[in-house]
Design a protein around this ligand. Structure first.
Ligand SMILES: O=C(O)CCC(=O)C(=O)O
Ligand SMILES: [Fe+2]
Length: 298
């Protein structure tokens, strides 16, 4: 790495760096390995002036693992490139709620690689937050509570509330020992081990907590920029303040295995079944648990 002629400029104290002096379209495996090291350090990298073709973006993405198109939004997947996910602002494609990509899947995205195809001259910035710093910023008793909890995520934003997954509230990176606060306002619905009202309050607190300015970086785009984020330890949010068109194309690297501590308590409510006093998310959790029990019995 030391021999490379790349310039790496940090963009905020929390996370994010802009990298120049590298051409991603020609990147070989050794360069991709060095970029992975940089990504581990900075969590999100921006490479302005790349103007990559879809083919080159897909080939580049494959250096990092298997790519998959969007599991729910087929209408945002170009027919000629099933690996791509395209968001066009004028067609309602603005990701203006804080999220980690695809956490409603049992194995969410590991990494996302975004190509800024078209952007307004001003506005439409993307903000990223560092979930390790967000966890670190909690008080010791709240850290300890969160360490023992898990949460239900669903694909309700894609009209697929039936697609659910349970993940630890605090994910742990076994390699580095890092811990990250792994709940987001877009996909996380219910803390499994708490009552519905308790879960609503804690989730509201935590999902807002990760959005605190000191945990974030805000990037002002130019067309042709490639961004890569480590989807395990970050969330992002597009500032929906612009007029004019904004088009992004993303490839998504799969293969994430969410790790954390086993929950310290049993699911609440303990009874798996519906009663009229249950909220929508209680019933959804009960359905998810029931389906897992049925799967385990098969
Ligand atoms: O448009 C952006 O800047 C980010 C969109 C987004 O959430 C994504 O590609 O995962
Ligand atoms: Fe996203």
């Amino acid at each position: 790495m030391a021999t490379r002629n790349w310039q790496v400029k940090r963009l905020s104290a929390a996370l994010g760096a802009e990298v120049t002096g590298v051409t991603l379209a020609n990147a070989d495996a050794a360069e991709a390995a060095d970029i992975r090291i940089l990504l581990h350090e900075h969590m999100v990298l921006f490479f302005p002036g790349q103007f990559m073709s879809a083919e080159d973006q897909i080939a580049y993405g494959r250096h990092f693992g298997a790519l998959e198109g969007h599991p729910n939004l087929k209408e945002r997947t170009p027919k000629e490139h099933p690996e791509l996910f395209r968001l066009v602002a004028s067609q309602g494609g603005i990701a203006d709620e804080w999220h980690t990509d695809l956490t409603f899947l049992p194995r969410p995205a590991l990494m996302s690689i975004l190509n800024m195809k078209q952007c307004p001259e001003v506005g439409g910035d993307t903000m990223f937050s560092n979930l390790v710093a967000a966890y670190e910023g909690l008080s010791p008793p709240l850290k300890e509570l969160c360490d023992g909890l898990s949460a239900l995520h669903d694909a309700h934003p894609h009209d697929r509330a039936d697609r659910t997954a349970i993940h630890p509230v605090v994910r742990v990176d076994r390699e580095s020992g890092r811990k990250a606060l792994y709940v987001n306002e877009h996909f996380t619905r219910r803390i499994v081990e708490m009552s519905g009202p308790e879960s609503d309050h804690l989730l509201a607190y935590l999902t807002r907590w990760v959005q605190q300015p000191p945990f974030t970086v805000r990037y002002r785009w130019t067309a042709g920029t490639i961004a890569m984020w480590d989807n395990r330890f970050t969330q992002h949010y597009v500032v929906n303040d612009f007029v004019g068109e904004r088009v992004i194309e993303r490839v998504t690297v799969m293969g994430d295995q969410v790790q954390g501590t086993a929950p310290r308590w049993r699911p609440w409510p303990e009874v798996v079944g519906g009663t009229s006093s249950m909220s929508r998310h209680d019933r959804q959790l009960a359905r998810h648990l029931k389906a897992r029990i049925a799967e385990a019995a098969e």
